[in-house]
Design a protein around this ligand. Structure first.
Ligand code: FES
Length: 256
């Protein structure tokens, strides 16, 4: 996913930072990422430290799930800080986000066929610290556990005072967990796990079902960037809705 722009850095006279033969507004490609991802980082950090308004019966904010030690028996800080490392690490090491923030934040390179500053030895993700990006698959396992809790929270969101019900918050949580699950299922690491590493499906145990699963994951994987964006926006909006209901700013509307 991380490509050195060989053409721009090797063509004579194009080794200066920002040198390119492109005539389009290549610099504009990074703006949406900087604005939306930057806003998400600021909002999620603020919410993680806020340690308040994360529960609006029966809704639990996804930033605080699973809710661990909310009464501070042994953990004096926000419970969100105990669990956000998993989903946060998953996104930060995601192949799509890596490409996006290497360009938008590190300018290395700033865009396809645009030169980064020359004269440095390129080591990419083969040495410290970026070699740590390879832990992405382990974050995938952690996030799979977190997703189980989010699905549990969504089931709980269908119960109002012990009876079945549906509120606007229920539907928001349901859509959110579906989008987060789809984002995880479209992960490159999962695709590799279910079949991407195989050369021959018919020569391996459980070949046909693995091939079917690999084809399904591949379909989702083709739109991984879309799932990354939509699930990130959705998790922030779900938290915001629950926060506003919890703080009494808005009322949750019961549909059933
Ligand atoms: S590659 Fe993006 S979540 Fe795994």
């Amino acid at each position: 996913m991380y490509n050195r722009v060989a053409d721009s850095s090797t063509v004579k006279g194009l080794t200066r930072f920002g040198s390119t033969q492109r005539h389009d507004a290549w610099w504009a490609e990074n703006l949406p990422f900087i604005i939306v991802f930057g806003s998400f980082l600021v909002y999620a950090t603020w919410r993680a430290f806020e340690n308040n308004f994360f529960w609006a019966d029966p809704y639990l904010s996804p930033f605080y799930s699973p809710l661990i030690d909310p009464h501070h028996h042994w953990w004096p800080f926000s419970p969100a800080l105990l669990i956000l490392g998993g989903p946060g690490g998953f996104r930060l090491t995601c192949y799509y986000y890596r490409k996006a923030y290497y360009r938008a934040a590190f300018m290395d390179p700033p865009a396809c066929a645009v030169s980064e500053s020359g004269g440095r030895k390129y080591r990419g993700e083969t040495s410290f610290p970026f070699i740590l990006q390879n832990v992405h698959r382990y974050f995938f396992y952690i996030v799979t556990v977190v997703l189980c809790f989010l699905w549990y929270d969504t089931v709980v969101a269908f119960r109002f005072h012990g009876r079945f019900g549906i509120g606007v918050g229920t539907l928001i949580m349901l859509v959110n967990v579906i989008l987060l699950t789809t984002y995880s299922l479209s992960c490159h690491s999962l695709r590799h796990l279910v079949g991407g590493k195989l050369d021959c499906f018919s020569c391996t145990a459980l070949g046909p079902p693995r091939h079917t699963a690999w084809r399904g994951v591949t379909k989702l994987n083709e739109h991984h960037m879309f799932w990354a964006w939509i699930s990130m926006i959705s998790v922030a909006l779900t938290d915001l809705y629950i926060r506003l209901v919890s703080a009494g700013v808005i009322r949750d509307f019961r549909l059933l």
